[in-house]
Structures are given as C-alpha cells and as structure tokens.
Design a protein around this ligand. Structure first.
Ligand code: AP5
Ligand code: ZN
Length: 218
C-alpha cells in the first residue's frame, strides 16, 4: 500500500497515520517529523529549516524532494509507505509523478479551519516517535507523558496562534490545489492515477479511523 494523507495543518494526518501504518505494516513518512528531527539534531538542514518552519512557510521543494527520494529508496519502503505532509506543492507532486512513484490512494481528511485552531492549541507531541495527543480530545494516559515510553511531551514551536494562521494561509495557497490535481487525474485516468478518497475529519479519532479504513478498502 502506497498512499498520501492530504489535509490542512491539524486535520489529524499524524494521528490517523499511526493506525493506517499499523494496519498495513508500512512506514509513516512525515516530512514535518523528518525536518523536526533535523532541527533537534542541529544538522545544516535543521538550522536552515527551523526559521522557515517557525514562520509557517514551506521549506524549499528541492530540499524536500531530495529528502523524500532518499527515504523511499530505503528497504523498509519496498512494501509501501504513507506520506504525511507530502506532497504539499504541485512541484512536489510532479516530482513523484516524474520519478514514476506509483501510488494507490490519496486520502483527503477534511476539517473546517475553525476546528483546527482548537486542535493545534491543545496539541502535545512525542518528538522521537511522532505520536500526537491533545490535552482535551486525545489525552495521554498520564498528563505530559508519552503512553509508550513515558517520556515528556512537548508543544510544537509552530503551534502559536499567529503561526497557525499563516500555515492555514499557506495550505490554501500552495497545498489545496493538490485536491484538484489528484482528483482530476483520478477522474481522467483511472489506471495510472491513485484512487482519490475524501473523508470528513470531524468526530472522534476512532470514527475517523473507521472512515479511513473503509475508504481505503474501496
Ligand atoms: P507538518 O509537521 O507536516 O505539519 P502540518 O501539515 O501543518 O500538519 P500538523 O502536523 O500540524 O497536523 P496533522 O494533520 O498531522 O494533525 P495531528 O494528527 O497532529 O509540517 C510542519 C512544517 O514543516 C510546515 O509548516 C513546513 O514548514 C515544513 N514542511 C513539512 N512538510 C513539508 C513539505 N512537504 N514541503 C515543504 N515544507 C514542509 O492533529 C492535530 C491535533 O488535533 C492533535 O493535538 C491531535 O491530538 C488532535 N486531533 C486529532 N484528531 C482529532 C479529532 N478527531 N478530534 C479532535 N482532536 C483531534
Ligand atoms: Zn502532523
């Protein structure tokens, strides 16, 4: 299974990725998690990416495309993978098409922007694993601690209200066009295009997982 999870910041891509990846036994490729790991490690990429991410803008296509190509060449991606937060621009989507990366599904998770602000402000993350919680909607078993490792949870630097607003603007301008890109490709060419599925991302985490599994079975 090779799929893209498409959706606005805070739509629940990371949350649902965990369940989908478990079910299909595939790795989650989150470009956001990869960039945050580079920031934490203080690599040249991380130093460059930090300011861009904190502003809510996108890291350059060349850097991201290079990172992803390297990642999907790893042996654990041979049976498939899930893209979370990638592609995010038309050039990124074109790069996958040009490289002949065959995808089975694009799954769009749709959440209204007003719900997103509340989700982001209560988000807590476990950086090492990418696991994500919410203080109210999806709390960890012990406040402030990751369920699996017990390690401390953090609040992301780009979850400040101003940055969230900017990220939503950037989504509208640069990523939302991918909805047409993939849905029109699927309508035109049912054999080589990935199947396009859209689900509502409003409701409980479990309900949305059930919708995702159902959408990926048809
Ligand atoms: P990235 O890490 O990809 O962030 P994003 O797309 O903005 O998405 P988020 O991680 O914020 O949200 P999510 O959809 O994963 O939601 P989550 O499951 O956490 O990117 C960060 C930055 O890196 C970008 O701004 C950019 O600078 C750079 N970058 C990354 N990829 C790039 C690329 N390809 N090109 C260029 N630049 C790139 O859920 C959110 C919250 O809601 C959580 O608290 C969760 O617990 C809660 N929640 C989840 N489901 C529900 C529910 N059903 N009900 C209530 N709450 C819920
Ligand atoms: Zn995420």
């Amino acid at each position: 299974m090779r799929l893209i999870l498409l959706g606005a910041p805070g739509a629940g891509k990371g949350t649902q990725a965990t369940f989908i990846c478990q079910k299909y036994g595939i790795p989650q490729i989150s470009t956001g998690d990869m960039l945050r790991a580079a920031v934490k490690a203080g690599t040249p990429l991380g130093l460059q990416a930090k300011a861009v991410m904190d502003s809510g803008a996108l890291v350059s296509d060349d850097i991201i495309i290079g990172l992803v190509k390297e990642r999907i060449a790893q042996p654990d991606c041979a049976q498939g993978f899930l893209f979370d937060g990638f592609p995010r621009t038309i050039p990124q989507a074109d790069a996958m098409k040009d490289a002949g990366v065959k995808l089975d599904y694009v799954l769009e998770i749709d959440v209204p922007f007003d719900a997103i602000i509340e989700r982001m402000s209560g988000r807590r993350s476990h950086p090492a694993s990418g696991r994500t919680y919410h203080v109210k909607f999806n709390p960890p078993k012990v406040a402030g601690q990751d369920d699996v490792t017990g390690e401390p949870l953090i609040q992301r630097d780009d979850d400040k209200e101003e940055t969230v607003k900017k990220r939503l603007e950037v989504y509208d301008a640069q990523t939302r066009p991918l909805v047409d890109y993939y849905s029109q490709w699927a309508a035109k060419d049912g054999t080589s295009a990935p199947k396009y599925r859209k689900i509502s991302g409003t409701g409980s985490v479990e309900d949305i997982t059930a919708r995702a599994f159902e959408a990926l079975a048809r």
